[in-house]
Design a protein around this ligand. Sequence first.
Ligand code: IVH
Length: 662
Amino acid sequence: MSDILQKIQDLRKRIEHYDYEYHVLDRPSISDIEYDKLLNELVELEEKHPEYKTNDSPTMRVGGEVLEGFKKVDHDIPMLSLGNAFNADDLIAFDNRLKKIVSDFTYMVEAKIDGLAASLKYEEGYLVRAATRGNGTTGEDITHNVRTIKSVPLHLKQPLTIEVRGEIFMPKAAFMKLNEARNENGDALFKNPRNAAAGTIRQLDSKIAAQRDLDMFIYAMSEADSEAEITHEEALKKLSDLGFKTNPVSMKATTIDAVITQAKTIENDRHDYPYDIDGVVVKVNERTLYETIGYTAKSPKWATAYKFKAEEVMSVIKDIFFQVGRTGQVTPVAVMEPVEVAGSTVSRATLHNEKYVLDKDIRIHDSVSIKKAGDIIPEVVGVIKERRDGTQVPFKMIENCPKCETPLQRSQSELEHFCPNPECPAKRLETMIHFASREAMNIEGLGTKIMELYYNEGYLKSIPDIYRLNDHKDALMNRSGFGKKSIEKLLLNIEKSKENSLENLLFGLGIRFVGKKVSKVLAMHFKDMFAIVESQVDDLLALDDIGEKIAYSVTTYFSNDDNVAIINDLNTMGVNMKYKGKAPSQGVFSGKTIVLTGSLSSMSRKEAKEKIEALGGKVTGSVSKNTDYLCAGEDPGSKYDKAQSLGVAIIDEDTLRDMLDE
Ligand code: IVH
């Protein structure tokens, strides 16, 4: 090895060590001046000898890589979110749900960092990719910016191939400093540290991130990578040993009462932390139980987020208007004097329905207290009646649709009002907005504003028109307000959305009661849109998770020729109609290999195979050391012996059925 290379490597080792002390351990052992000297020396050497530059050199932290755009990243394992608990009772209910499924478990209680979730991939110890959560299935490649976060190791203390997840955030002090500087420069201020972190991670030029002091706590490693770490506590320890920064606010609890006490303590101290936290995450500690406890479509059932009580503030209602949703539901919405609540400015709040407004007696010009439900959705808590001065106008529900004038109908519960007109422009617009939304077809750039515009200009009348926008390319590019590049990008994103799997398309149609989970169930079972179009109520009722309400809603939707025409149109234009099964399902069998042997009495082998696969498992023909379960029916034969000799878990048909029912 040349002397120069030796020198470079020594410097890197030393700087890495100092970085780790400073940014992970929070225990620097040399002065900033000494540190800068070493770093400058390394920068100079690397500049003189570019042949020795590497991706994991600490000099990478200073940024410099500028991207043209963000690459999409498909997550191997979906990035889920968490269910919520808002009080002690919710936590007790969470505990009771768990106790029905498992016994003998403990909890870990952690601060819920208010930042952005991200996934980091290491190959043989080297950071190779960082991605945002995105919609959970697909995120964006942010490796260039994450490399600038000094607490994120560019290589690990062991040469592991591993995916870890955590929260990128901006410490409060860094946020204040950043906003002060922006203020001086006359730049717009960030609302809160989370927005600042999000705005920073979404920069194409990594120099910007390098200057902004982002930080990251790692809170999980992918299950496949941590066989030896049977508890979450041990997994955190291992992450820390590998060089990651883990959050010290993390404690074990054996009972839900202890969890509640700890959660309250963290809540009391929330403002003392140097970073924003918006709740407490409660996780089952024993990871071996995770598969058994299971998952919903959105979140693991073995964890929950206890969200801190929302701040309440006061404002005045300036007006109440009526919004028509995609199902035709008409909702009163309050327009308020803008106020800051829990970190962002709020000027609107849904008033839900007529009864809600009348029960609370909310009037225009009333002073009201508002909070953000779950820290997200602005809500009027109550009216401050002492402040009434006679100018208040009592509420009156409208009788006709605000968009198309059709007389409104009441829902069965009498609570909601609906516009029954299928041609109602408001419904059509909302339907298209839903279709393009992140959780549905995920067409980036086709948001509410641009939809409204194209709708008003006649380019978009119904869903298939989205795929005809390309025919108006020149006209769209020549109208003012949008750059050519952004239109081109939008059209490209529209084109790309044709490749989505069936469940996205199905969800995007906005059929009543067909949410994300039901869409997935239907897509997985029928595999093809036309099979769903043709399905009968009984076919649907035969599926788990599908009840009468959904079955009738689906068949009613497709008994309407206009809706079938939409499908045909989309099909003709090349929109994928098939289930691609890309995202592995999160279920009891997720990632597991199962061998079936002997005859089953309650179902055919084929049926069992389909069901196991639907829950994320793989069914193979022969037993090996990679087999997780052997399901032994009647007269099992030699596979049984082999499984026994290899120590593979053997389950009977009843157990298999129980697991499938799970
Ligand atoms: S565990 C399956 N632990 O909260 C999701 N999440 O709604 C497992 N978060 O998207 C997440 N601090 O961005 C976990 N200590 C913590 C967390 C945490 C913040 C965020 C995360 C996630 C969201 C859940």
